[in-house]
Design a protein around this ligand. Structure first.
Ligand code: NAP
Length: 347
């Protein structure tokens, strides 16, 4: 018996190769089987504007060996002309007999139409294989499409007692090189990295990434710092009389975090990765703006309740008023751990 869950898992792994390159599109991977259920091709969506996963996989096949075969893909194939022609038409043309899908597309111009067209052409469609995992994989795309909002991930590196720096500001390095390397990889999943003036002044991080967002309400940071040397930088500020600045810097008028995220979404930034200190982290949590947390924990204890905490300012007195998160995974990244969590019902 053919195991579609194992093959769908393979689609997820293929899809992840597009992380950091496909935004604002979804992550999609595809496996093609011949009529005897042997894998004959795989593909994925490499880059925004380039071929979708189904097209990537099918165009590798030149001799019709896919005829009567099965195509497995984690997202409903598209039925519209976008940057590329409809994948459904290619699937029909290549005489595929069965399509296995993890989730329907949430894009209103596809939603259900791709599946409908496949069925109208006598192609068997199996739906919802590993549906929940598929939704987790495309959580950014789903939020962007359904809520028309930016997706916010927050990364923090703490001690066992939840501290990000000692009271003197000493924070390099709480976690190991392995954990930091993993943190850099996570950063690349998102469109932009958000941080604060305090963190730039304390750490002068370079943040090697395409787009950076700096909250510096009174423009305390000097543009000669390493942080300003690479990438496109949006500075959110309340200063009205703006100074001369290098070409890679654009100012945004700052009012509050929610408005800032709206402004960024309108500029085409679909997701942010917040790497800041306890003040900004705390504000993000308090205002229910965080969709996902990556918390690296080092097996260290400061034992000082005046050291800087990862999430400040929420000072609740009743434990039932805590903000709640669901643990998605716990990984050991020797000698540290990484807990990945998603927000639940913090409305
Ligand atoms: N371990 C980690 O993962 C990690 C990560 C990053 C940083 N850190 C450490 O964290 C420390 C900094 O923490 P922190 O809590 O001082 O800084 P933070 O959370 O990064 O940022 C605080 C800054 O945010 C701005 N701010 C304050 N209230 C605000 C509001 N209501 N709206 C918008 N902006 C507001 C203020 O800057 P303006 O007034 O200039 O706007 C303030 O200085 C540093 O020692 C750094 O090394 C650790």
């Amino acid at each position: 018996m053919i195991n579609y869950e194992t093959l769908m898992q393979k689609c997820f792994e293929l899809a992840k190769n597009g992380q950091g390159s496909v935004s604002p599109n979804p992550l999609v991977g595809c496996v093609v089987l011949d009529k005897n259920d042997n894998i004959i091709s795989t593909g994925y969506h490499h880059k925004y504007g380039e071929n979708h996963a189904e097209r990537d996989a099918l165009l590798k096949l030149k001799n019709g060996e896919e005829e009567g075969g099965t195509l497995i893909v984690n997202l409903e194939p598209c039925s519209h002309f976008g940057k590329t022609p409809p994948c459904v038409d290619l699937i029909i043309e290549r005489k595929i007999k069965k399509v296995v899908i993890a989730m329907q597309d949430v894009n209103p111009i596809v939603a259900g139409n791709g599946i409908k067209k496949l069925k109208e052409n006598n192609i068997e469609v199996i739906e919802n294989v590993l549906n929940e995992q598929a939704k987790d994989l495309n959580e950014i795309f789903i939020k962007n499409m359904t809520k028309k909002e930016i997706f916010v991930a927050l990364k923090t590196a703490t001690t066992l007692d939840g501290k990000i720096a000692t009271k003197t500001g000493s924070s390099k390095w709480i976690t190991s090189e392995n954990a930091r390397e993993r943190g850099h990889k996570l950063r690349n999943i998102y469109d932009a990295v958000l941080t604060s003036s305090s963190t730039v002044l304390a750490d002068n991080p370079k943040f090697d990434c395409k787009t950076k967002i700096l909250i510096d309400r009174s423009l305390k940071c000097d543009f000669s710092l390493d942080y300003f040397k690479t990438g496109k930088i949006y500075i959110a500020t309340t200063v009205k009389d703006l100074p001369e600045s290098p070409d890679n810097i654009e100012f945004i008028e700052y009012t509050d975090l929610k408005t800032l995220f709206k402004q960024l979404f309108e500029k085409g930034i679909m997701s942010v990765f917040a790497e800041a200190g306890g003040t900004i982290n705390g504000l993000l949590i308090k205002e229910n703006l965080v969709d996902k947390i990556y918390q690296f924990i080092a097996p260290k204890i400061t034992g000082d309740n005046t050291a800087k905490s990862a999430f400040d300012g929420n000072n609740i007195t009743d434990i039932n008023e805590s903000k709640n998160f669901k643990i998605q995974s716990v990984e050991q990244i020797e000698p540290d751990i990484l807990i990945t969590l998603k927000a639940v019902n913090n409305g």
